[in-house]
Each structure stands twice: as C-alpha cells, then as structure tokens.
Design a protein around this ligand. Structure first.
Ligand code: E4P
Length: 218
C-alpha cells in the first residue's frame, strides 16, 4: 500500500520524506489555507515546492465547480510538474472533467467520495485515483472501512484500473485497516504514519539490549 501524506505543511512533508516511506502528497483548499497559502502565484509556488521535496504524485485541487473552469484550472496545474495529479470533486461537471483529463492522459484524483456509486462513476470516467473519505464517514457513524471493502470488491469484479486512495485517514488503526482490506493508497497526517513505529516492547527490548551490551563493554 502506498503512503501519501495529507498536508500542505512543508516541514511535515520533509519529515515523512526523510523517513523513506513516503510515496506522495495530497492537499486540499482547507490544508492550503491552514498553511496561510493564498493568491494564485503563491499557491502555484507551493505546489512546486512540494514537488521538489517528494518524487511522487502530488494532488492539487481545482477550486472551480463548472466544467470549463475545472478544465482550465486542471490544465494549468498539470502543466506545472509531471507529478501533479488534478484533484476534482465528485459532482456532475467533475465527472465530465475526469473523462476529459483521462482522455488526455492527465492524472486525476476524484475527491469527496462517500458512496460506492460515486466510486463506480469515478472509475467509469477514468479517474486515476478515487478518494473515499473514511474519517468523515466514521464521524457520522457510517463505517468508512466498509466503504473501502465495497469499492475494492466492485473494482476487482470488473478490473478497473482506478486506484483506491483511502482519504481522511485519522490514525494508525485506519492505516492498518486500509492495508487489511486492500486499499491501494492511504493518505493521512504525519502522526498516523510515524505512529506506526510505536510499541512499548520495542522500547523496553532496546533498553535491555543496550544495558546488557554496556555491562560487558564498560
Ligand atoms: C483527501 O485528499 C482530503 O484532503 C483529506 O484526506 C480530508 O481529510 P479530513 O477529513 O481529515 O479533513
């Protein structure tokens, strides 16, 4: 399973990259705003800065909600760097835009997906990635993981190439569960990636090894 980090924070992207397990980055307008990135030129520069850190797919989301606007924005974003993936919302004009970009060989990430039907449509439209938001489903008492399993089954039934990018991952158990049900990619915060490291028996065991070594080597 590929690991993407879901942030626009350059320090966190660098930290995940330095760990050697990072495959890509996802951003969204809220994450860009959180970093105080505003204005066309600054937004563009920020995507370029991210692409300079990570050699993998970087999702950049369009703000337009009409077909023509999404095409114009998406083409501009895609031209920035070969690793940019145009992130398109799951709305009617978005589905048309997915088909347009797919036919042009431009990679896409269909975002704000909350049902199997939406995921089926995204795959039919040729999306490179589909992003079901599991954390936001869990937030309202729907089982996010169950949706990933459902989409996995549907995509496997028909051999769709669209990759399942489990999004809105909030913690380490989400990461593990996504891997168990066969998600192609997960995107989550740095804490969910680094948190996988932790086990008290590892810390206790290392302390003992070092203490035993020190006993006979001092
Ligand atoms: C997906 O690409 C989104 O950026 C993201 O995963 C949303 O996560 P959130 O529900 O924690 O905001």
């Amino acid at each position: 399973m590929k690991f993407f980090i879901d942030t626009a924070n350059l320090d966190q992207i660098k930290e995940a990259q330095a760990l050697g397990v990072l495959d890509g980055v996802t951003t969204n307008p809220s994450l860009m705003a959180k970093e105080g990135i505003s204005g066309d030129e600054n937004v563009i520069q920020h995507y370029l800065d991210i692409c300079a850190i990570v050699d993998g797919p970087v999702s950049a989301e369009v703000i337009s909600t009409d077909y023509e606007g999404m095409i114009a924005e998406g083409e501009r974003l895609a031209a920035l760097h070969e690793n940019i993936v145009v992130k398109i919302p799951m709305i009617k004009d978005g589905v048309k835009a997915l088909r347009y970009f797919s036919d042009k060989g431009i990679k896409t990430n269909c975002t704000l997906v909350f049902s199997a039907g939406q995921a089926l449509l995204a795959a039919k439209a040729g999306a490179t990635y589909v992003s079901p938001f599991i954390g936001r489903l869990d937030d309202i008492s729907f089982d996010g993981l169950q949706l990933i399993e459902q989409i996995r089954l549907i995509y496997d039934n028909y051999g769709f190439d669209t990759q399942i990018l489990s999004a809105s991952v909030r913690h380490t158990m989400h990461v593990i569960s996504c891997a168990e049900v066969g998600s192609d990619v997960m995107t989550g915060p740095l804490s969910a990636i680094v948190g996988l490291l932790n086990h008290p028996l590892t810390d206790i065991g290392l302390e003992k090894f070092l203490a035993d070594h020190a006993k006979v080597n001092s």
